[in-house]
Design a protein around this ligand. Structure first.
Ligand SMILES: Nc1ncnc2c1ncn2[C@@H]1O[C@H](COP(=O)(O)OP(=O)(O)OP(=O)(O)O)[C@@H](O)[C@H]1O
Ligand SMILES: [Mg+2]
Length: 247
């Protein structure tokens, strides 16, 4: 699927990446809002404009695997008995021969990031996270919900039958409330149904407390640090987190 819209966000990120200041850029926002797609697109455009290397490091599992890969591509030798984690950390201590943008995807929080901050300024770091409260020395940028015009374009890119897109597009957009993962899921289901000769039907949004002002998540306690159930009704998923540091 082509990258759609997000003109303002792309402009802001490309401007931040063009700054000489090597501080870490942190993109935070609600789960599924479109952070990863946005950083990948920004990194691609930055690379086209300015060259250098880009490495994607996924924190959803463990950053070690991607950093070991990076070490290999930078032709850094791993010592015979060296543990993978030690090697990964040593890669970050190496001065790369050209500017290298590290895209750190889905970093849990500042503590999870700190061991992986490269000491060398030739590395730039661009983080995505759902954690909202980062210390001020990071360059923070909040990714808002996808604007309506972009959401409509995304829906039209997915639902191939234009009259179906016209008919159900408004409902898909309203139901998605700017959360791209939801918009993509509903539009894909509508497209699939249409291509199989069925009427696209959107399941009703589960009843529950009204969504928080910044999106469909809600916090069931206001006690800082207290565990709470975060429910995205549209995904029918509940996950544990702490409140109110995460979305
Ligand atoms: N601008 C866009 N153009 C096209 N597709 C998009 C765009 N933004 C997001 N998407 C799609 O929406 C879905 C969710 O986006 P993405 O994975 O980037 O969200 P996220 O905020 O990183 O989610 P999470 O918090 O779970 O990591 C993906 O399928 C992605 O390809
Ligand atoms: Mg992501």
């Amino acid at each position: 699927m082509p990258f759609v819209g997000r003109v303002h966000e792309l402009k802001t990120l490309l401007a931040l990446l063009a700054e000489a200041d090597p501080s870490v850029i942190v993109l935070h926002g609600m789960s599924g809002v479109g952070k990863t797609r946005l950083v990948v697109e920004s990194a691609r455009r930055h690379h086209e404009r300015s060259g250098g290397n880009v490495a994607f490091v996924d924190f959803r599992v463990d950053p070690v695997a991607n950093l070991v890969q990076l070490g290999r591509s930078l032709q850094i030798e791993r010592a015979q008995d060296e543990k993978l984690q030690d090697f990964a950390l040593r890669v970050l201590g190496h001065a790369p021969s050209q500017p290298t943008l590290l895209v750190y995807n889905d970093v849990p929080d500042p503590e999870g990031l700190s061991p992986w901050l490269p000491p060398h300024p030739a590395f730039r770091v661009l983080v995505t996270t759902t954690y909202a409260h980062w210390p001020a020395h990071y360059r923070l940028h909040e990714v808002p919900g996808m604007p309506d015009g972009d959401a409509d374009a995304l829906i039209r890119a997915i639902i191939r039958n234009s009259s179906v897109a016209e008919r159900v597009g408004g409902d898909v957009r309203t139901r998605g409330r700017g959360i791209t993962v939801q918009i993509v899921a509903d539009a894909t289901a509508a497209d699939y149904a249409t291509r199989h000769g069925r009427m696209p039907v959107l399941p009703p949004i589960a009843a529950g407390p009204k969504a928080a002002s910044n999106g469909p998540g809600h916090c069931s306690t206001t006690t800082p640090g207290r565990s709470f159930a975060w429910r995205r009704s549209s995904r029918r998923a509940t996950r544990r987190s702490t409140c109110p540091e995460t979305y």
